[in-house]
Write a protein that binds this ligand. Structure first.
Ligand SMILES: Nc1ncnc2c1ncn2[C@@H]1O[C@H](COP(=O)(O)OP(=O)(O)OP(=O)(O)O)[C@@H](O)[C@H]1O
Length: 372
């Protein structure tokens, strides 16, 4: 018997098997649900569908959820958008998506919907209408509306959905989040800057108060929500598709997907694609007994996530210029990442006089903590 994934693959490749409406494609045709909760696999699945499915013939709606993850827009700076140290402690990965826009938090209480269509059929308000119509249909009392920023708001001001999209030569996709029962305190804890004093042209996020659907529609279960969305998609796009489970980890069904997932997971994409930026900040220094205090100025230029230049202005009565100069030199060419920088500067902390070592350590710690 054909597995769900294989059936989906044959459908995606243009085989038959979906309901009668699917071939009269008014931009609609196939509803898929990903089995995976790995953010990189799911983002790679989006790429795969965009590259391999004939979207002129049929559109696709992909429904997916991730284990906790922070997803930044293509042109964003992760150090400016999220608390990387807190994420590392909690084991929450960072992903950079291919589309533009701002930073969002995902977990299993957040549903993602990706609407794939030909470039000609690309229509974000129509896609958002699928979501708002589905919500109104299952809970007529819910006050939801789509904004001209392509967010969906509840009760006029609480964001339940954010959108981003990507257009290629012939195809398009538009993905949206939908907060059902996400951990809002985790969301607030990770969506704040790691690093002070960043100057850059990266796209900034637009923070909004958020809400979970479950708090406003207390008995709304996942299956009811997923069915309503699939049905509404079919109604809007005159399709007769039933949702099909797919597994992006199945390389025989999605050849090449694993390589794309690995690229998305790689530091060179997640951090290395950050638009160039500079960091200018004051470092607060203390000795080992937290008695003596001083401050230093840090100025770094970072390109492709790597420190291109580093200048430390440290008062001469705190450290001899030789040592602060040496620390600056050690950091140039390093990835702008606190935990990696910590390894790089450890070598500097060779025995000097005890007092100087404490003062150098304090300076190193201050620099490393700035780097997230
Ligand atoms: N899963 C989520 N769903 C909806 N809103 C979220 C979610 N996670 C975070 N947010 C809120 O959305 C803000 C980011 O919104 P922003 O508009 O910058 O990006 P976006 O919604 O991804 O995309 P776009 O900018 O393309 O609309 C966050 O600061 C937070 O307030």
């Amino acid at each position: 018997m054909m597995s769900h994934t294989r059936r989906a693959w044959s459908l995606l490749r243009g085989g038959s098997g979906v309901g009668s409406g699917s071939s009269s494609c008014d931009g609609g045709g196939l509803v898929l649900r990903s089995r995976s909760t790995d953010v990189y696999q799911n983002l790679a699945l989006e790429d795969w569908i965009d590259a391999n499915v004939d979207l002129e013939r049929r559109g696709v709606l992909l429904l997916w959820r991730n284990r906790p993850a922070v997803v930044i827009g293509r042109h964003q700076n992760p150090w400016a958008e999220c608390d990387l140290a807190a994420m590392r402690r909690a084991g929450i990965p960072l992903a950079r998506r291919r589309s533009g826009g701002g930073t969002v938090f995902h977990d299993l209480g957040n549903l993602n919907l990706t609407f794939f269509a030909s470039k000609k059929a690309y229509d974000r308000q129509r896609n958002l209408k699928v979501i708002t119509d589905a919500l109104r249909r299952i809970r007529p009392g819910l006050q939801v509306h789509a904004t001209d920023r392509f967010d969906i708001l509840l009760n006029g001001h609480l964001k339940i959905s954010g959108s981003a999209s990507r257009l290629s030569r012939k195809s398009s996709y538009h993905h949206c989040t939908l907060l059902h029962s996400a951990d809002r305190s985790a969301l607030a804890a990770v969506l704040r800057p790691s690093c002070p004093g960043i100057h850059s042209n990266a796209t900034p996020s637009v923070p909004s108060p958020v809400a979970n659907l479950l708090d406003h529609a207390p008995s709304l279960q996942w299956e009811e929500l997923l069915d309503a969305l699939a049905n509404q998609y079919n109604a809007e796009f005159s399709s007769g598709a039933t949702a099909t489970l797919v597994d992006p980890a199945d390389e025989s069904a999605f050849p090449g997907l694993g390589r794309v997932a690995a690229e998305l997971r790689d530091w060179n994409w997640t951090f290395g694609k950050t638009p160039k930026f500079s960091v200018q900040t004051v470092l607060h220094l203390t000795d080992d007994h937290s008695r003596a205090r001083s401050s230093a100025q840090l100025h770094m230029e970072v390109k492709n996530g790597v420190i291109d230049s580093c200048q430390l202005d440290v008062p001469a009565d705190w450290l001899p210029p030789r040592l602060s100069g040496e620390l600056s030199g050690v950091l140039v060419g390093e990835r702008f990442c606190g935990h990696r920088a910590a390894a790089a500067v450890t070598a500097l902390l060779r025995p000097e006089s005890g007092e100087l070592r404490h003062r150098l350590r304090s300076l190193c710690d201050a620099v490393v903590s700035v780097m997230g």
